[in-house]
Design a protein around this ligand. Structure first.
Ligand SMILES: NC(=O)c1ccc[n+]([C@@H]2O[C@H](COP(=O)([O-])OP(=O)(O)OC[C@H]3O[C@@H](n4cnc5c(N)ncnc54)[C@H](OP(=O)(O)O)[C@@H]3O)[C@@H](O)[C@H]2O)c1
Length: 323
């Protein structure tokens, strides 16, 4: 079968190779999945660069989530082959992937493959983080990189809960589309002062919570936009620059800064909460109330073009790999 493999870590377009490898066999409690589609997420790129929370065992496959059809069952798996599932695994940019049965989410017939391929990483994270943010109805939540897939989900989830949102962008061409999704206020960090605009928007009070994946100067300024007792949840570092922290602000406004990683959240919360979030995410996506736009799809043979497109500034939707 064909699979995208890397034998050393580094620049994805240089090291990701389409490789012919043996069809894998599922072990106990695992299934083999014939992959239909898989997104290119920032975490996939960071994994290949050895910048992620888990290290690749070289040579390694790439891609962490996808949708496909269960094609073979390992020992102890009680299900039928032929079922369409969303799943997580290491090596989803491949004709076939092996996944633990615990990671499978059966996909409703009405859900298109393009949506089912991205069911897990961003929707679960957005849902869990809006929940963890503790922002009440009528309160203010700020999300940096509001035009990201994650940002768009947060905007839509907050709008449904009556939470007011401020979204930061670094270019203005998506502002109208973000407003249509439900974003209350948009701030361009390249041309406007983030603290001054937030102060004006919130009438001097600041926001209850910031969700940040940009880091650097944007995160440094975002901390100063927090209201007394506010929280910043950091879940990414797209600028690859650490923020610098004003300790005086932390102390005298009693601020909290916390990391968030979906992998740990899944381990931390009990199975009840996980199932509840899964059910809510699936219901929202299947109902069409929440959008997960796709900009382009590429076959495995064009992985370099696909990754280059995924890393390009100014996309509106995800890039998918379709074996
Ligand atoms: N911790 C977790 O468990 C977890 C789970 C899910 C996602 N994440 C993180 O969430 C973030 C977003 O993921 P995604 O899939 O939603 O991404 P995405 O759809 O690929 O979008 C990337 C966004 O980041 C913006 N961006 C990139 N570099 C930037 C920079 N230096 N300064 C400001 N903006 C920048 C882009 O802006 P332009 O549109 O202007 O190019 C774009 O809006 C990533 O960091 C990812 O790792 C973390």
């Amino acid at each position: 079968m064909k699979s995208i493999i890397f034998s050393q870590t580094g620049k994805p377009t240089d090291i990701l190779k389409l490789t012919e490898i043996a069809l894998p066999e599922p072990g106990p409690n695992e299934v083999r999945i014939k992959v239909i589609a898989s997104p290119i997420n920032p975490s996939d790129i960071m994994f290949v660069q050895n910048l992620y929370g888990i290290r690749p065992q070289l040579p390694s496959g790439a891609g962490f989530e996808g949708v496909g059809v269960v094609d073979a069952l390992g020992e102890g798996v009680q299900m039928k082959t032929g079922m369409r599932v969303s799943f997580t695994s290491v090596g989803t940019w491949s004709e076939y992937a092996i996944a633990h049965q615990r990671s499978l989410i059966p996909v409703p017939d009405a859900m298109p493959d393009e949506m089912a391929a991205q069911l897990f990483v961003n929707p679960f994270t957005a849902y869990a983080m809006v929940q963890d943010s503790g922002v009440p109805e009528g309160g203010w939540l700020m999300v940096t990189a509001a035009g990201s897939a994650f940002g768009k989900l947060v905007i839509q989830l907050c709008a449904m809960r009556g939470i007011k949102t401020i979204g930061t962008v670094r270019r203005n061409d998506l502002n109208d589309d973000l407003k249509t999704l439900g974003l209350t206020e948009v701030i361009n960090t390249e041309t406007e002062s983030l603290p001054a605009r937030v102060k004006q928007i919130t009438e001097g009070k600041g926001v209850t919570c910031v969700l940040d994946a940009v880091g650097g100067h944007t995160a440094t300024e975002a901390v100063s936009c927090l209201a007394r007792g506010g929280t910043m949840l950091i879940y990414g570092l797209m600028s690859l620059q650490d923020p610098s922290l004003n300790v005086g602000l932390l102390i005298f406004r009693e601020l909290t800064i916390k990391g968030f990683w979906l992998t740990d959240w899944m381990r931390r919360v009990d199975s009840h909460i996980r199932q509840d979030v899964a059910q809510n995410v699936i219901t929202l996506l299947a109902s069409g109330e929440i959008q997960l736009p796709v900009e382009a799809s590429y076959p495995l043979e064009q992985i370099a073009e696909a990754v280059e497109h995924a890393e390009r500034n100014g996309r509106w939707g995800k890039i998918l790999v379709k074996p």
